[in-house]
Design a protein around this ligand. Structure first.
Ligand SMILES: Cc1cc2nc3c(=O)[nH]c(=O)nc-3n(C[C@H](O)[C@H](O)[C@H](O)COP(=O)(O)OP(=O)(O)OC[C@H]3O[C@@H](n4cnc5c(N)ncnc54)[C@H](O)[C@@H]3O)c2cc1C
Length: 476
């Protein structure tokens, strides 16, 4: 019997698994997809928010500020890319100027440091490409960017290296309470037994709650569409540039990514289907229009892909974190700033479990460290030569756009949590994330996955299920 079961392998489940493993719990993560980081965690703005946006006194404000303070050291331990680039919320009118002053006051109440109001001249010194109509801004020096799926993969990998278990393709379909804890059943007939359960199922966390009879909240999906531009377009700004929130909503952002691309988006549209991650011509047109107002000289011809993510919007207006039944904890409806808050939410869930009587104490032998996953491209020639000397597979560059070698792909395939499909390898190594979007490297990667898993190439999928890369042979 496990000490506990964490439902959902996103960044919240991942950080909780790592935290509880560090405190001696034997936990398993039950994830319905073919890999971890397959929900909101793989498609978001990747911003570590400073914490001025959430209303004072909310869980969002509390965990955002604490999470943002923790994030740099968490990323350093896990070998995850993180950059404190600062953020600018830009305004276009006197009304916006007043809103920015309110945001600053709110941020200060939340405990956010390094908040400064700027006028156009001051903004131009920081960002020469700021839009012509921008007149004022709020700068947050503690705003940062991170790679969200890398953080999730690394947190789960680190938890597994320290003893946690991961069950993929485990779609939780029913939960039973017993005198010792809970039986968590999967749709395919498997069952996990655990003393406690943590519900981190993102947009489905209301359905998990309903499995124990808790219908006190609902979670609706709010879709956000993005455009991602090539690194060649990435250098035109250094800050994350948000739009001043208005009656029309929060607006979109223009941000560099930790890998040097330029990210534009997201839109915000409440939808019904919890699986609908389509992008639309209208959504992307909106992104383009607003981005161009906030930042000029964006080279839209350098677009390499578009994607959408689903925010988990809970009916309470705040994160839903608390004890739902004995030793059953919700970490539900974690919309933005959930990524920023993840390490702080994990700490809080550990505290809740201790109050529930779960014996947790810091392990002396827990190793919080993990080697970076995508490091070869950033090495000096001497460092690359030294790596190749030890393992010649690093001399064989498979993804030319992102300089990813066969050595890195094989290492990713052998490291916790092991990927089983092409997108899983992509999230760990960046192979296929460059301007050709996998046009050249995908056949080689498919071949490497097949060899490593000992399956035929026709068995290899893009993201599990029936998403096969090859449907058969033209010649054998
Ligand atoms: C458009 C957008 C922009 C955002 N921007 C930011 C930002 O810039 N900064 C920030 O801090 N936050 C941001 N967020 C929020 C952040 O992405 C989320 O708060 C965070 O990723 C939530 O993580 P999670 O683990 O709760 O959910 P998810 O990542 O969705 O993980 C939930 C997991 O549960 C699994 N699951 C569901 N049902 C079951 C089941 N029955 N059995 C087993 N597994 C199941 C899913 O497959 C999924 O992997 C944004 C979100 C979106 C969508």
């Amino acid at each position: 019997m496990l000490d506990g079961i964490i439902i959902g392998g996103g960044v919240i489940g991942g950080m909780i698994a790592r935290e509880l493993t560090a405190y001696g719990a034997r936990v398993a993560i039950a994830e319905k997809a073919n890999d971890v980081a397959m929900g909101a965690t793989r498609a978001n703005s990747a911003i570590v928010h400073a914490g001025f946006d959430a209303k004072e006194g909310t869980l969002k404000a509390r965990f955002n500020v604490r999470g943002s303070q923790m994030m740099e050291s968490v990323c350093a331990a896990l070998g995850v890319k993180y950059k404190r680039n600062g953020s600018l919320v830009v305004g276009f009118s006197e009304e916006d100027r007043a809103t920015l002053a309110e945001l600053k006051a709110r941020g200060e109440k939340n405990g956010v440091k390094e908040l400064v109001l700027l006028d156009r001249e001051q903004i131009l010194k920081l960002e020469p490409n700021i839009g012509d109509g921008v007149t004022c801004a709020l700068r947050a020096g503690t705003g940062a960017i991170v790679c969200p799926y890398e953080l999730c993969v690394a947190a789960i990998g680190n938890a597994m290296d320290n003893g946690a278990e991961l069950y993929l393709n485990f779609e939780v379909s029913a939960i039973e309470r017993t005198d010792k804890g809970y039986l968590v059943h999967a749709a395919d007939g498997r069952t996990l037994k655990g003393g406690f359960v943590v519900n981190c199922a993102g947009v489905y966390s209301d359905r998990i709650a309903a499995m124990i009879g808790d219908t006190s909240f609902t979670v609706i999906p709010r879709r956000g569409e993005y455009m991602l531009l090539d690194k060649a377009a990435g250098g035109i700004i250094t800050h994350t540039v948000f739009r001043c929130p208005s009656k029309m909503g929060k607006g979109i952002l223009v941000s560099p990514t930790v890998d040097g691309n330029l990210l534009l988006g997201p839109t915000a549209e409440n939808i019904e289907d919890k699986t609908d991650v389509r992008t639309t011509p209208e959504g992307l047109a909106r992104v383009r229009l607003q981005a161009g107002e906030q930042v000029k000289n964006i080279d839209f011809s350098k677009g390499i892909t578009s994607f959408a993510g689903l925010r988990s919007v809970g009916s309470t207006g705040d994160f839903i974190i608390g004890v739902a039944a004995p030793r059953f904890i919700h970490a539900a409806g974690i919309e933005s700033p959930g990524l920023s808050s993840a390490p702080a939410i994990a700490e809080y869930v550990r505290e809740l479990l201790i109050k529930e009587g779960v014996a947790l104490a810091k392990r002396a032998d827990f190793d919080p460290h993990r080697a970076p996953m995508h490091a070869f491209a950033y090495m000096t020639s001497e460092e690359k030569n030294a790596v190749i000397e030890k393992d010649p597979a690093y001399a064989h560059v498979i993804c030319r756009c992102e300089t990813v070698s066969e050595g890195e792909i094989l290492a990713a395939l052998r490291q916790n949590p092991k990927p089983h499909d092409v997108d899983g390898v992509k999230r760990r190594t960046r192979s296929g994330m460059g301007r050709c979007q996998g046009g050249f490297c995908t056949p080689y990667i498919t071949e490497l996955i097949a060899k490593e898993l000992g399956v035929d190439e026709t068995e290899v999928t893009k993201f599990g299920g029936n998403s096969r890369m090859n449907i058969g042979y033209t010649k054998k």
